[in-house]
Design a protein around this ligand. Structure first.
Ligand code: 4AD
Ligand code: MG
Length: 437
C-alpha cells in the first residue's frame, strides 16, 4: 500500500492508489458518501458508493468525523464537468483515529477563538495557502541573495545591547547576573561580516517588545538583512527594488492556486517591476499636508516626526508600486545612520512602503562610517559605549561606506497575500497578548 500524494494525482488517473491523510469535510446521501480528504499537499473529493464498497467501509464512511485520520484507497479520475479537478472513486477506507468534536467547524469562528486553536487552524485551506506563499517567499529571498554573490552569515540572537532603540528590548537573564537582550536586528553584526566578506545577508528570528497592538506588529518575527561594503544609499534602493520584484515574480510564477484561494488581485502584483518611485521625506510631508488640507487625513503631520501607520497607509495608497521614502530627519532614526552631506540633519536612510496601504516592509540605509560621529551618537542615544567597543573597531580598522536593509518576512507575506493581519503569516504568532499555543 504505497502512498500517493494528492499533489501527484494527475499522474495516476485510472490506477488504484492510496492516500494517507485526514477527513476535511463530508456529505452523505445515504447511498453516496462524499469525503473531502486532505493530506498536506492538497484536497480531493472521494466518492464512496454504498453498493460498491464493503459493509465495513460503508460503515466507516458513515461514522468518520471531521479531522479523523484516514487511509483511503480508490481510483482517481477527472471531474466530469470541471477540467483539472480530480475525484477519487473510493474502494476502501481505514480510520486510523476517530476524531471527537473537532472544535473548528465549517461555520464562522471569531479570530481569537481561531488563534487559541492555531495548532488546529493551520489545517485549513486558507492557512495552507498563506503559509505556502510564505515558504515560497523565503526560498526566493535565499535564492536572490545566493545567486547575487551574497554570503549567508547568520548573526546571534543573544546580544549585549540594543540596535533599534532601547524601548523595544526583551531582556533575559544570562549567567552571573549578566543581562542579555534578544536581538532586534542582525545589522551591527552584518556590518562586521560585510567588512569581511563584502556582500552578506543574515536571516533569522528577531524580537521587539512592541507594546503596539496593530495588524503589523509581532513581538517575534523573521527578518532578512543584506549588507554591502562600499554601497551607498542609492545602491541599496536599487537592490531593494530588484529584490522585491524578484520575490513577487516568484510567487506569481509558482503560487497561482494559493493566490486564487486568497482571492488576491494578481494584477496588482504583476505591476511590481523596477523602478520604484523614490520620494524624499520632505516631499512625503508635503503630500501629507496636502491630504490634511483636503480633509483626507484628520491630523496634521508635524514635520520632523517619524511617519505613523496612518501616514504610511496614505502615502503607500497613492502608488501602485512600493514607494521608497528616503532621507528622514536623523533625529527620529537609529543611532547608526549616516548623515546626508547636503544636509546633516537628514539621515541617508530609506523605508520601503508596500502599495495598497500596507505600509513599511523594509527599513535600511547607509551607515555612519566615521568613528567620531558614531561615538557622538552612542552618547546622544544613551547607549552603553562599552557594549559597542567591537562595533567601533569596524570604524578604526578599514572603515568604508556601507549600506543595507532589513525586510520583515511577515509584513511582506501579508502584503503579497493581500490579507488583513500579520498574525496569519507565521505558523505561531507572538504578539502583545499572545504567547500560546
Ligand atoms: O525598520 P527596522 O526597525 O530596521 C532595522 O531593524 C534595520 N536594522 C534593518 C537593517 O538595516 N539591517 O525593521 C526592518 C523591518 C521593517 O521594515 C518591518 O518589515 C520589520 O522589519 N519589522 C517588523 N515586522 C513585524 N513586527 C514588528 N514588530 C516589526 N518591526 C519591524
Ligand atoms: Mg523601520
Amino acid at each position: 500500500m504505497t502512498q500517493t500524494y494528492i499533489s501527484d494525482i494527475a499522474k495516476h488517473l485510472g490506477e488504484s492508489i492510496t492516500i494517507k491523510g485526514w477527513l476535511y469535510n463530508k456529505r452523505s446521501s445515504g447511498k453516496l458518501a462524499f469525503l473531502e480528504v486532505r493530506d498536506g499537499t492538497g484536497l480531493i473529493q472521494g466518492v464512496a458508493s454504498k453498493k460498491d464498497v464493503s459493509g465495513q467501509t460503508w460503515e466507516d464512511c458513515e461514522k468518520v468525523t471531521q479531522e479523523s485520520s484516514i487511509i483511503v484507497t480508490g481510483v482517481p479520475r477527472e471531474h466530469p464537468k470541471k477540467p483539472g479537478v480530480y475525484e477519487l472513486d473510493v474502494t476502501s477506507l481505514e480510520v486510523v483515529q476517530l476524531a471527537h468534536d473537532y472544535p473548528i467547524t465549517p461555520k464562522e469562528h471569531g479570530v481569537e477563538f481561531l488563534m487559541d486553536h492555531r495548532h488546529l487552524w493551520l489545517r485549513s485551506r486558507r492557512q495552507h495557502a498563506i503559509l505556502r506563499v510564505r515558504h515560497t517567499i523565503i526560498k526566493a529571498v535565499r535564492d536572490f541573495f545566493d545567486n547575487n554573490g551574497f554570503t549567508l552569515c547568520d548573526t546571534p540572537i543573544f546580544t549585549p545591547a540594543a540596535c533599534e532603540g532601547t524601548t523595544t528590548l526583551f531582556e533575559v537573564d544570562y549567567f552571573d547576573d549578566e543581562k542579555a537582550y534578544l536581538t532586534q536586528s542582525g545589522q551591527l553584526y552584518n556590518e562586521a561580516t560585510a567588512a569581511a566578506f563584502g556582500k552578506v545577508y543574515c536571516f533569522g528570528p528577531t524580537f521587539r517588545a512592541e507594546k503596539s497592538k496593530t495588524r503589523r506588529h509581532l513581538t517575534e518575527f523573521w527578518m532578512v538583512e543584506p549588507e554591502v561594503a562600499y554601497a551607498k544609499l542609492d545602491d541599496v534602493m536599487t537592490l531593494a527594488e530588484n529584490f522585491i520584484s524578484y520575490i513577487v515574480g516568484r510567487v506569481l510564477e509558482t503560487r497561482k492556486d494559493e493566490l486564487a484561494i486568497l482571492e488576491r488581485d494578481v494584477s496588482k502584483l504583476e505591476s511590481i517591476v523596477p523602478p520604484f518611485p523614490r520620494l524624499q521625506y520632505d516631499d512625503a510631508v508635503k503630500m501629507l499636508h496636502q491630504a490634511h488640507a483636503e480633509g483626507i487625513l484628520e491630523n496634521k503631520f508635524e514635520y520632523g516626526g517619524d511617519l505613523g501607520a496612518p501616514d504610511e497607509t496614505y502615502i503607500s495608497s497613492q502608488y501602485d508600486k512600493p514607494v521608497m521614502v528616503h532621507r528622514y530627519p536623523a533625529a527620529v532614526k537609529a543611532f547608526y545612520m549616516e548623515t546626508d552631506p547636503a544636509n546633516p540633519d537628514l539621515a541617508l536612510c530609506v523605508d520601503v512602503l508596500a502599495p495598497e496601504g500596507y505600509g513599511e516592509i523594509i527599513g535600511g540605509g547607509e551607515r555612519a562610517s566615521s568613528l567620531d560621529l558614531l561615538l557622538q551618537r552612542i552618547q546622544a542615544h544613551n547607549l552603553p559605549p562599552e557594549a559597542f567597543d567591537w562595533y567601533l573597531d569596524l570604524r578604526k580598522y578599514g572603515s568604508v561606506p556601507h549600506a543595507g536593509f532589513g525586510m520583515g518576512i511577515e509584513r511582506a507575506v501579508t502584503w503579497i497575500c493581500g490579507i488583513e493581519h500579520v498574525r496569519e503569516t507565521i505558523p505561531f504568532a507572538r504578539m502583545l497578548y499572545r504567547l500560546k499555543p
